[in-house]
Design a protein around this ligand. Structure first.
Ligand SMILES: Cc1cc2nc3c(=O)[nH]c(=O)nc-3n(C[C@H](O)[C@H](O)[C@H](O)COP(=O)(O)OP(=O)(O)OC[C@H]3O[C@@H](n4cnc5c(N)ncnc54)[C@H](O)[C@@H]3O)c2cc1C
Length: 280
């Protein structure tokens, strides 16, 4: 048995952090380690463990209790990432992407109604979330976004696609950027939106009891595309997202019009903390 030593310096941890670390470490040793190699080889998404992680409250660690969370902090979230990633980064990124990339911008930039409608579901682990920024022409240069949104009365119509989206197929709640206009000087005005679609793995989600919410209002014209066949992290679900005249109501714009790029860059800062914790 390998001796596992946490890299998060003990001096910074409260008793609550240590307790959380113990719970996640025990879960990882008992439930993740035995299947890690097999699910990676088979590129199989670990739905049974997603249900167990939801029951442990791992998807809600940093969010306030009033939004279905555990009421801890970013350090606690990093402890979860670190402990899971010791055995299986796919488990870790499934939780990490839902927390730091999907729930985080809704918590930071969403209005109260959006938080009640979407954040609570993500925090309780009822459904998984994803963040759509990257496009074929917009990787490191995220401002290269080509997905467009056109306002038509009480809704926006989105056309375009995203690639490499973690939880893209399995997830049900999404945040994504699109170009909503042109700024003086010719720069793109980029805004962000909240979208929903049913999980690809409906049967599995129904079998384990998490991953699908009947009461979500799905976005017409929005779907996941091809699943990536990756070299590593193969049990993490990475797909395209496709917007074909996708109809998003005005109330599902996330944050101010034109603030999408700036807000998503802030979201990525949190994502980077989570990613660093994976690699400790
Ligand atoms: C497993 C996985 C999961 C992901 N999950 C998500 C997700 O959930 N949501 C999401 O939106 N995206 C996601 N991504 C996308 C990820 O954020 C991008 O891959 C990343 O932004 C890099 O973009 P790119 O792959 O297009 O690489 P490129 O931008 O093509 O870069 C390729 C290489 O060129 C270098 N390079 C790029 N531009 C320059 C320059 N101007 N000067 C010098 N060097 C340069 C880069 O450093 C890099 O080494 C995921 C990617 C992977 C692999």
């Amino acid at each position: 048995m390998i001796e596992l030593i946490s890299s998060v310096d003990d001096r910074y941890l409260t008793d609550e952090h240590r307790m959380l670390r113990g719970v996640v470490r025990e879960f990882a040793e008992n439930e993740v380690m035995p299947i890690a190699r097999e699910i990676d080889r088979e590129a199989r998404f670990p739905w049974d463990n997603v249900a167990k992680m939801a029951e442990l409250g791992l998807f809600g660690v940093p969010w306030p209790e009033k939004y279905g969370g555990v009421g801890m902090d970013t350090l606690a979230s990093s402890i979860v990432s670190e402990e899971l990633a010791k055995f299986c980064p796919s488990h870790s990124i499934t939780v990490g992407a839902t927390i730091t990339l999907a729930a985080s911008p809704i918590y930071e930039f969403g209005n109260e109604e959006q938080k009640q409608r979407y954040l609570t579901k993500l925090a309780r682990g009822e459904v998984l979330g994803a963040f759509g920024l990257t496009e074929p022409e917009a990787g490191s240069d995220a401002q290269g976004t080509q997905t467009r949104a056109e306002q038509k009365g009480d809704h926006w119509v989105l056309n375009g696609s995203k690639i490499f989206i973690t939880n893209g197929g399995v997830g049900e709640i999404f945040v994504a950027t699109a170009v909503t206009g042109e700024l003086p000087g010719g720069r793109k005005e980029i805004s962000s939106f909240i979208l929903s679609k049913p999980t690809r793995d409906l049967e599995e989600a129904q079998r384990v009891g998490v991953g699908h919410a009947e009461d979500l209002k799905y976005t017409p014209g929005f779907r996941h595309g091809t699943k990536e066949d990756k070299l590593g992290w193969r049990a993490s679900d990475t797909t395209e997202l496709v917007f074909e005249d996708a109809i998003v109501s005005n109330e599902d714009m996330l944050g101010q019009r034109g603030a999408g790029f700036k807000n998503f860059m802030r979201t990525l800062d949190g994502g980077r903390i989570s990613m660093a914790a994976h690699l400790l």
